[in-house]
Design a protein around this ligand. Structure first.
Ligand code: DGJ
Length: 547
């Protein structure tokens, strides 16, 4: 083909467009209050696996990759410790990051990096020795008597400068090694920040800041608990909540500054994670030493948004499997200004079913913590197992979503998905979609009605503990994809209209996103609702209305 100047110009333009699309960094987008993580320009669902805290060394990686493969994760969450990348001040060593990124590519996994620095679970234990040994230069918070706390102060200017410099060096290095392939999707800045036992810093610089007026950006987002107390210093505006809100602002500002500096060199999405307060205590009571003050708990998300605009997401770390708590936390952290992203969830089998609730609600992803065959278990937070049984409760659900993760993320972004996990009360539930309702019941066998009595009324074997759940996508007005296990689903027309199930297919999607029917369910398999078995299945259900 002979190129005319016009054709050449069009081709050059197309080529540069292609290059722009190919070079697009992962980023978060929001539409109608819903969120998606775009990877190579399309929504991506993170099916994560977080390694143990001490697995950030080359020799530890094999056990991480093995577990990540077995659970069918597409992304591994891995700490990068300040102490390991800057063992001596100003001398950076990113050899672990190089190994990690290279091996992740071989394993065909994405990465989320966790920057363990000034604060890891509120403490300074991941700072380099040269930081730990210089408390005058890198000061701790002081209590009211001037006694140092275990926790580094967010007013330590030198600490902030040093942490930021190391983080910027990390992000510059990442840009150098990963801007083209983009194996790393997001970065967590610090880990479970806040302070136990002390509500805020009382050192002179902190006290002076506390006596200043609350910054307008904070006041605009975080309303005063006392009506009318709209301006003035922290005490005047926030009363009994002043100290903890001030500490949240101080920490958020510190983290936000680090994140912004990192993004200025390499602009990846960034987030923080949270050691949760009890979400059922509403309204949350003022500080009573029962949570990490200043951490990004649900009640101070607005302060984090105001003080740390470079942080995209505040994510809940879920280590309480009471269903009311899990559901409350998901609702509190899913907001039009905060994508739902669960960077940690315990590995006990009881947590598995909540994946349906998270992915159904439209989370951008989830990651069980301690998915790693290292001979260590964080029981009782997680499972006791350190072998393949560790991953089973999650693998069976990841297995269903992994092949369609892009599709699911797209449906979720369009608001088509919902999901729910069996409650601790084992009671019926329902999911309401436009035009149709899914009625859900648990503990039933797969044949007959409990109302018949006798054996039919007994809970089905294997349902002793709550374990069921379902995620559904309404892919057309009268068509649904269901993924779930151990639940009876009955589809009904909503709001007094008439309608019926016309066809239920069991099947899967192929690599090209095309539905592959395996069998049509009829007869026994639909007479008593759609009874999803102990192992998850995927169904495509078509509903219809008589004309
Ligand atoms: C939450 C922290 O963020 C993790 O790093 C880890 O310490 C777990 N708690 C407990 O295993």
């Amino acid at each position: 083909m002979k190129k005319t100047p016009l054709l050449a110009a069009v081709m050059a333009c197309l080529f540069s467009l292609q290059a722009t699309v190919a070079a697009e960094l992962p980023r978060l987008v929001t539409h109608d209050g819903r969120h998606a993580l775009l990877v190579d320009g399309k929504p991506f669902l993170i099916l994560g696996a977080q390694a143990h805290n001490s697995s950030n060394y080359p020799a530890a990686l094999k056990q991480v990759w093995d577990a990540a493969r077995d659970i069918k994760a597409n992304t591994v969450l891995m700490p990068v410790a300040w102490e390991q990348v800057e063992p001596e001040e100003g001398r950076f060593d990113f050899s672990f990051v190089d190994t990690l990124v290279a091996e992740a590519r071989q394993q065909r996994k994405h990465l989320v990096l966790l920057w363990f620095a000034t604060w890891k679970n509120t403490s300074a234990q991941y700072t380099p020795a040269w930081v730990k040994l210089a408390p005058k230069r890198f000061p701790a918070m002081l209590d009211q008597e001037g006694k140092p706390s275990y926790c580094l102060s967010p007013f330590g200017d030198e600490t902030l400068k040093a942490d930021k410099r190391a983080f910027v060096a990390l992000m510059s290095h990442l840009k150098k090694i990963d801007a083209e392939q983009r194996t790393v999707l997001m970065v967590q800045v610090e880990n479970e920040v806040g302070t136990y036992g002390l509500v805020r810093d009382y050192a002179p610089a902190a006290q002076a800041a506390f006596e200043q007026d609350v910054p307008a950006a904070v006041r605009a987002r975080k309303k005063a608990p006392v009506p009318g107390a709209a301006s003035g210093n922290w005490r005047a505006v926030y009363g009994d909540y002043a100290d903890e809100y001030f500490h949240a602002w101080a920490i958020a500002r510190y983290i936000g500054d680090i994140a912004a500096a990192g993004r200025a060199v390499y602009d990846l999405p960034m987030f923080v994670n949270n050691a949760l307060r009890n979400p059922l205590e509403q309204p949350p009571k003022p500080w009573n030493k029962n949570f990490a003050s200043g951490g990004p708990s649900h009640d101070v998300i607005d302060i984090y948004k105001a003080a740390a605009p470079a942080i995209d997401i505040v994510g809940p770390d879920i280590y309480n499997f009471e269903s009311a708590q899990v559901n409350a936390n998901l609702a509190l952290f899913q907001r039009p200004d905060n994508a739902l992203w669960v960077p940690e969830i315990g590995t006990k089998p009881a947590y598995g079913r909540f994946l349906y609730a998270m992915l159904g609600r439209g989370a951008i992803g989830v990651s069980p913590f301690g998915v790693d065959y290292f001979n260590y278990s964080n029981h009782p937070l997680g499972a006791t197992a350190t072998d393949r049984t560790l991953v089973e409760p999650f693998e069976r659900i990841y297995r269903m979503f992994a092949p369609i993760q892009r599709l699911w993320a797209q449906w979720a972004f369009e608001g088509r998905t919902q999901g729910i996990a069996e409650g601790d009360d084992r009671q019926p539930q329902q999911l309401d979609f436009p035009g149709w309702t899914a009625k859900l019941t648990y503990r039933l066998g797969r044949f007959g009605e409990a109302s018949w009595g006798g054996e039919f009324a007994k809970p089905a074997p294997g349902t002793e503990e709550p374990s069921g759940g379902v995620a559904m996508a309404q892919i057309a007005p009268d068509e649904f994809i269901l993924i779930g296990h151990r639940v009876r689903v009955r589809m009904e027309p909503a709001g007094g209209t008439s309608g019926m199930m016309l066809r239920a297919e069991q099947g899967h999607f192929d690599g090209q996103g095309r539905w592959q029917m395996e069998r049509v369910l009829n007869g026994d398999q639909v007479d008593w609702g759609l009874n999803l078995p102990a192992e998850p299945v995927m169904l495509k259900v078509r509903m219809g209305r008589p004309r």
